[in-house]
Design a protein around this ligand. Structure first.
Ligand SMILES: Nc1ncnc2c1ncn2[C@@H]1O[C@H](COP(=O)(O)OP(=O)(O)OP(=O)(O)O)[C@@H](O)[C@H]1O
Ligand SMILES: [Mg+2]
Length: 264
């Protein structure tokens, strides 16, 4: 029986933070002791290898395993952050349409053979075939949305698409939350975002202006000092593993009551 949890991180909208969430969540799960494989399913426009700082080590990609018989151990590389963290890149060029069942079976068999606890799959920001492939392979999905109305609408649409694709467990991650409330005026409140997407909330990640630069250097949020976003990832990883942790633990600088006032 397959015991690997296969989780896609998704939204059919670009730039909402899917790769950021995939990378940092996978890193956190691995640092917490779970054997974790991060797969880039953003075929054609891969960037997760850059975010992970692994671009110089990529020789093979996930389609080499499935289409060209390359051994998983060759295409899956270990990350130096943790002995539990592994990465598999997306192809640069992708023209073939992979068969959904073949893809699903390949991902499951990698999970079994290499004893992964978690496989996290990053997806592109559109409704094209890689998103559907990832959905075919995944049991669970984390839908990422910011506060932008277009992003919320995309999250809702993604939720419907996932339901149609048979991904039974779907959870929402709200990204780029402005804990100081500065960017809050005129934006829908947290509760409204949850209502509009009709997806149960798993976590909220604050905006951190230092994140982009760090990411460009292949560094993760856990290297940023006093970073609320890092705490948010810690909480999300804990919640994902089935333990309860208050939603707002990571928001040190604002009082919970003030936040609740803002979201109502
Ligand atoms: N919480 C955050 N705080 C600050 N910046 C963030 C946050 N989350 C993501 N970003 C920045 O937003 C940009 C887009 O993030 P990312 O690449 O993860 O999005 P994506 O949804 O994967 O995009 P694409 O659809 O193009 O693959 C990046 O520059 C990233 O550093
Ligand atoms: Mg991305």
């Amino acid at each position: 029986m397959n015991s690997t949890r296969i989780i896609m991180v998704t939204s059919c909208k670009g730039g909402v933070g899917k790769s950021t969430v995939s990378a940092n969540l996978a890193i956190k799960l691995a640092l917490d002791g779970w054997r974790t494989l991060l797969i880039d399913c953003d075929f054609g426009v891969r960037s997760l290898d850059l975010i992970m700082g692994l671009e110089d080590r990529i020789i093979f990609d996930i389609t080499d395993i499935i289409l060209h018989g390359i051994a998983p151990e060759k295409a899956i590389i270990q990350d130096s952050r943790s002995e539990n963290l592994y990465f598999c890149a997306a192809p640069y060029d992708y023209e073939t349409d992979l068969d959904h069942e073949e893809f699903r079976n390949a991902i499951r068999s990698i999970g079994d053979q290499m004893n992964f606890d978690y496989i996290i799959i990053d997806t592109p920001g559109d409704t094209g075939s890689p998103l559907r492939l990832a959905a075919a392979a995944s049991d669970e999905a984390l839908v990422v949305s910011t506060y932008q109305p277009a992003s919320i609408r995309a999250a809702e649409r993604t939720g419907i698409l996932l339901e149609e694709s048979g991904v039974k467990t779907r959870k929402l991650i709200i990204n780029c939350f402005h804990a100081d409330g500065k960017e809050f005026e005129g934006q829908p409140g947290l509760l409204e975002v949850i209502d509009k997407t009709s997806i149960q909330l798993l976590g909220i990640i604050p905006f951190d202006s230092r994140l982009s630069d760090r990411q460009a250097q292949g560094e993760d949020v856990f290297t940023i000092p006093s970073c609320n976003a890092a705490e948010a990832f810690t909480n999300i990883a804990i919640r994902l593993t089935g333990r309860t942790v208050p939603l707002f633990t990571g928001f040190k600088k604002i009082k919970r009551a003030e936040l609740i006032k803002k979201i109502q």
